[in-house]
Write a protein that binds this ligand. Structure first.
Ligand SMILES: Nc1ncnc2c1ncn2[C@@H]1O[C@H](COP(=O)(O)OP(=O)(O)OP(=O)(O)O)[C@@H](O)[C@H]1O
Ligand SMILES: [Mg+2]
Length: 241
């Protein structure tokens, strides 16, 4: 099993919900605060797999192939890029991660959620994000934004509105199951308002993490002191004999 020291934050949401925009702002903010940040990007192989997944010509890709290709690219990125940085103590940011398979291929395409859970585990082991920011936006709104900013839409972005509605609902279902990890943000707000909410959530998480570290180190010190005390007592008893 891979162990990690750093913090993993993932951003989730439908296409055009503002993930890239917010990740970029957050990266700058965290660097200004002195953190070391790694934004996970696709490797050489996963870029090629992504090209197949996004190609608008390849309409016949079936849901299982879609799921397996996403898992394949994740497995490659994990082995080649993510696992070496897990122990670096950095803040690691994913632009979509494991939850996306549930939302897109599970809720969106109707594949079995248990099978996806197994596949996710097979791909990355027990690793899960510590914190997930879900940018929630109606697909109709997201499309207006994408139409303004993109010349061409990819295969998934071209899917009908109903598909994106199912994905959005799926994300919200997943968030309900894990409210402590997944924080839902109303992405209809302005870029700045959203960024402020994200900073607040992350600061709270980091502070709580710091308190947890202090508690753990106090408990360790206490245990060590008790061990020393018990040794002294035993030596005294032995000396009296
Ligand atoms: N809160 C916002 N209000 C208005 N426009 C926004 C907001 N956030 C992002 N945008 C704009 O919407 C477009 C899509 O944003 P962005 O690329 O960050 O979304 P995304 O979730 O990364 O999309 P994709 O999943 O397709 O990569 C961009 O033109 C961006 O400037
Ligand atoms: Mg993006």
């Amino acid at each position: 099993m891979i162990k990690k020291k750093g913090i993993i934050i993932s951003f989730e949401g439908i296409d055009g919900s503002g993930k890239t925009t917010q990740i970029e702002c957050l990266k700058q903010y965290l660097i200004r605060k002195g953190f070391s940040v790694e934004i996970i990007e696709n490797t050489r192989i996963s870029k090629k797999i992504m090209q197949i997944l996004c190609d608008p010509e390849l309409k016949e890709i079936c849901p299982k192939t879609e799921l397996l290709l996403h898992s394949a690219l994740r497995a490659q990125d994990f082995q080649e890029y993510v696992s070496p940085v897990l122990n670096s103590g950095k803040i690691i940011i994913f632009n979509r991660f494991l939850d996306a398979s549930f939302a897109y291929q599970g809720y969106g395409r109707g594949l079995d959620l248990k099978a996806i859970e197994w596949l996710n585990m097979f791909t990355v082991g027990r690793i899960k994000p510590d914190l997930t920011i879900l940018l929630d936006l109606p697909p109709s709104e997201a499309f207006k934004r994408l139409e303004k900013s993109r010349e061409k839409l990819d295969r998934i972005e071209k899917e009908e509105l109903e598909f994106h509605n199912r994905v959005r609902k799926g994300y919200l279902e997943i968030a309900k199951k894990e409210p402590k990890r997944i924080k839902v943000i109303d992405a209809t707000k302005s870029i700045n308002e959203i960024q402020e909410e994200i900073k607040k959530i992350i600061e709270e998480y980091l502070n709580e993490n710091k308190r947890r570290d202090v508690r753990t180190s106090l408990i360790k010190t206490l245990i060590e002191s008790l061990k020393s005390l018990s040794l002294i007592l035993r030596l005294r008893i032995y000396a009296r004999r």
